[in-house]
Design a protein. Structure first.
Length: 101
């Protein structure tokens, strides 16, 4: 089950940010990033490359991202990077994506 939280400032406008949880439900951090960026871009995750022209691997290595966040028990890793027009913050249990300013 997906956990996507959209923060709206005004009804009918594009959301300002998207939060997607990971780890607790078995979702990888990289998949959470793809789901969050896709939701903010208004496309399904499997159409992100075709419709929005965004490929996560062009910006960050998904396997390295997963390893940094999941494979460091006892260490809380926080990463921030930009994917096209989106700022991405990966926390130990969630991903937050916002439009770049």
């Amino acid at each position: 089950m997906s956990s996507v939280s959209i923060n709206d400032s005004t009804v009918g406008s594009l959301p300002e940010s998207i939060r997607v949880t990971h780890s607790r439900d078995g979702r990888s951090p990289s998949l959470a990033v793809v789901e969050a960026v896709a939701a903010l871009a208004g496309v399904t995750p499997n159409r992100l490359a075709d419709e929005a022209g965004i490929v996560l691997y062009d910006h960050i290595n998904p396997d390295a991202l997963n390893a940094l966040v999941r494979d460091n028990p006892g260490v809380e890793v926080s990463l921030s990077f930009t994917v096209d027009a989106y700022d991405v913050c990966v926390e130990p249990d969630e991903v937050v994506v916002r439009h770049t300013e």
